[in-house]
Design a protein around this ligand. Structure first.
Ligand code: ADP
Length: 165
């Protein structure tokens, strides 16, 4: 850990990673020396993809973006940020509907560790309606998802839902 470096973490469930997440990562990368995309493994959500599958999908999505790594964490996100020397938590804001929840979490995180700030980035407007859950819904019903996820994520979704049919 180099204290002179500006490190940010981008935490999430990434079930699966979408082009909206990748858009946020690409915007964050030039703003920091290092961005760690980190998978929350203790989330109460029951993910479709395993931790390993989600990490692999993130790994492949960030190939070629300089200064970006992937990791996982459990426990409090601010404790993880502290451990890796990050001073910033990145979150994506799609619409006003994200705001209330994100605001609450950001302020709670600040109460836990006041030296860590949350930075919100907005994706390209073409991704503002995109979420992992809506991608599931379309994929499960055989719809077109190539505009919304990287190609290998599309293959994994097709494979997963074929097995379920
Ligand atoms: P979480 O369970 O932590 O909300 P997600 O993987 O759903 O995990 O989202 C991680 C972060 O990425 C959140 O800040 C979310 O608002 C943001 N995000 C999700 N989808 C998009 C998108 N299409 N465009 C921009 N940000 C997004």
């Amino acid at each position: 850990m180099n204290p002179a470096q500006r490190v940010a973490i981008y935490p999430g469930t990434f079930d699966p990673i979408t082009n909206g997440h990748v858009d946020i990562i690409k915007r964050a990368a030039p703003l920091f020396d290092r961005v760690i995309v980190t998978l929350a493994v203790n989330s109460e959500k029951r993910p479709l993809f395993s931790t390993e599958e989600r990490l692999e999908m993130i790994r492949r999505s960030i190939e070629g973006i300089p200064g970006v790594d992937v990791d996982r964490f459990s426990g409090l996100v601010v404790d993880y940020a502290h451990q890796v020397g990050a001073s910033v938590i990145i979150r994506g804001l799609r619409a006003v509907s994200d705001f209330e929840y994100e605001f609450q979490i950001a302020l709670m995180n600040r109460k836990q560790r006041r030296e860590i700030d949350t930075v919100f980035l907005m994706p390209d407007e073409k991704y503002t309606y995109l979420s992992s859950s809506i991608v599931h819904e379309v994929a499960r019903n055989g719809g077109a998802i190539e505009a919304f996820v990287p190609p290998f994520v599309r293959e994994m979704l097709a494979e997963r839902y074929k097995v379920d049919k």
